[in-house]
Write a protein that binds this ligand. Structure first.
Ligand code: GDP
Ligand code: ZN
Length: 464
């Protein structure tokens, strides 16, 4: 329960583990200062006290058991409630690298704190009312943002802009509920009694506002998670070369032996602010080679999850059985077709491909000489972003959980409006309105169960 969670002092390494200039060990909770004082010896001060609130103090972390100096550090005490968690916090800035941060963490654990669960600092910030749930979720999005644009969207959400919008809608719903209850409780008096017309009008405003937010969800998802693009083609057509060309660096293996891209290679590229996740597959070649087969099976799995398939064909060879398999896959999916190796003598009938997949854009490329890559990038942009993803829209729904809540709320208000227009009794209508209010409240965390909280915060990294 909450009481147990909040009463102990938690600790974690808050910086990435590995070689670095500095590392930070962080504590939050009542005992933070006491624990720090058992381990810290200042150069100029005897004891860290509350009067050093928010000041960096220089000194050493010393193991009390044998007086061994563990590291030279700066330490900061931050007094509640003006901290990340709204509890007393201590941060110890030591040398980066695995050993100092580990040993300092071990000491603070030994002397009275316990290891924080993933996201527990942020969870405390939420439970102590400093962040609402949508803001807390923005923290992790911010950390994981892959482009400036997705970073900005997360920052807006952290600032509370999404929550404000949701509250705006919930306030309209509250008004409706208040009017309905007044009408139910005091039907004889004509004060504050709301007409069905007025209810319908308000209901439609809510419906429209929810719909508008939902419309941003597809763009929001792409911004946050990236667009899943799978490069498909039989061995040796130039898939890895394409990936490299897109990445403009040589990370995937390029070779002229068929089937060397054994496994799946995933990379993020930034196309005008949108993260494009490119996946190079081992092709869909049916093969007895077990190692390559792992790649092939996963390739098929990736195809089913893909937002976009980039199919590559080799113009210097005739279409083979494998090409026809790929054409079948491409036919009823969102895809762009590349006709590659056009620098070589053409052995193949372009019209055949046009006939087989008449509704697909075919881009002629010579990846080896960098021809056609820009046209591919433009085609991707045109296909998914229709020019408006980069327009500063005020709020984007980037989170699947939020989207699902909005879908539920939209259904609620739809039913509410149906009830109103068919003159249902007010108390029936009220049920739908209340559900709508409640479902929206789960976005900001105003109405949310502990199981959902646990799930959300468990996706965080440790130390945040
Ligand atoms: P993958 O098996 O589909 O990933 O193909 P690779 O990217 O490994 O390329 C196979 C071979 O084709 C390599 O030797 C590439 O240099 C070569 N290649 C790729 N694109 C082109 C191209 O546009 N023209 C020519 N002539 N060769 C290419
Ligand atoms: Zn390859």
């Amino acid at each position: 329960g909450l009481v147990r969670i909040m009463s102990d002092t938690i600790a974690a390494i808050s910086t990435a583990i590995g070689e670095a200039g500095i590392g930070i060990v962080r504590m939050s909770g009542k005992e933070s200062l006491d624990i720090a004082n058992k381990l810290f010896k200042g150069k100029k001060i005897e004891k860290l006290t509350e009067s050093y609130n928010r000041r960096l103090v220089y000194g050493h972390i010393i193991d009390p058991k044998n007086s061994e100096i563990i590291d030279e550090v700066l330490i900061a005490f931050m007094k509640e409630p003006y901290t990340y968690t709204r509890e007393n916090m201590v941060e110890i800035y030591c040398h980066g690298g695995i050993i100092p941060v580990r040993r300092i963490l071990d000491l603070v654990l030994e002397y009275g704190s316990r290891l924080a669960e993933p996201g527990e600092f942020t969870k405390r910030a939420f439970l102590n009312g400093r962040l609402d749930l949508a803001q807390s979720e923005a923290v992790i999005d911010l950390i994981r943002a892959k482009t400036d644009k997705s970073y900005k969207v997360s920052l807006d959400q952290l600032e509370g802009n999404l929550s404000k919008k949701i509250e705006e809608i919930r306030n309209i719903l509250l008004e409706m509920i208040a009017h309905i209850e007044a009408s139910i409780d005091f039907p004889e008096e004509d004060i504050e009694e709301i007409t069905y017309e007025e209810l319908e009008e308000k209901g439609r405003i809510v419906y429209e506002k929810i719909g508008k937010l939902l419309q941003t969800a597809d763009r929001g998802k792409i911004l946050r998670d990236g667009l899943n693009a799978v490069i498909l083609g039989k061995p040796n057509v130039g898939k890895s070369s394409l990936l490299n060309a897109i990445l403009r660096e040589n990370r995937a293996i390029v070779t002229n032996i068929p089937g060397t891209t054994r496994d799946i290679i995933e990379e993020y590229v930034n196309i005008d602010g949108i993260p494009l996740k490119v996946i190079d597959t081992a092709g869909i070649r049916t093969t007895d080679d077990i190692v390559e087969k792992i790649g092939v099976d996963r390739a098929k799995e990736m195809v089913d999850k893909a937002d976009l398939i980039i199919a590559v064909f080799d113009a210097s060879n005739e279409l083979t059985e494998e090409d026809y398999q790929i054409i079948d896959i491409v036919k009823n999916r969102k895809s762009i077709v590349l006709l590659n190796k056009t620098d070589l003598p053409n052995k193949y009938d372009e019209n055949l491909l046009k006939e087989l997949i008449p509704d697909k854009e075919i881009i002629v490329t010579s990846i080896i000489s960098g021809i056609g890559i820009d046209r591919l990038e433009n085609a991707i942009k045109k296909m998914f972003y229709s020019g408006n993803l980069l327009v500063e829209s005020d709020i984007l729904i980037t989170n699947l959980r939020h989207k699902n809540q909005l879908i539920k709320a939209k259904k609620n208000i739809e039913e509410g409006i149906n009830g109103i227009t068919s003159n249902m009794p007010l108390d029936c209508i009220e049920v739908d309105i209340k559900n709508c209010w409640k479902n929206l409240g789960e976005i900001s965390g105003d109405t949310v169960g502990e199981d959902i909280l646990d799930k959300i915060f468990s996706e965080f990294c440790i130390g945040k």
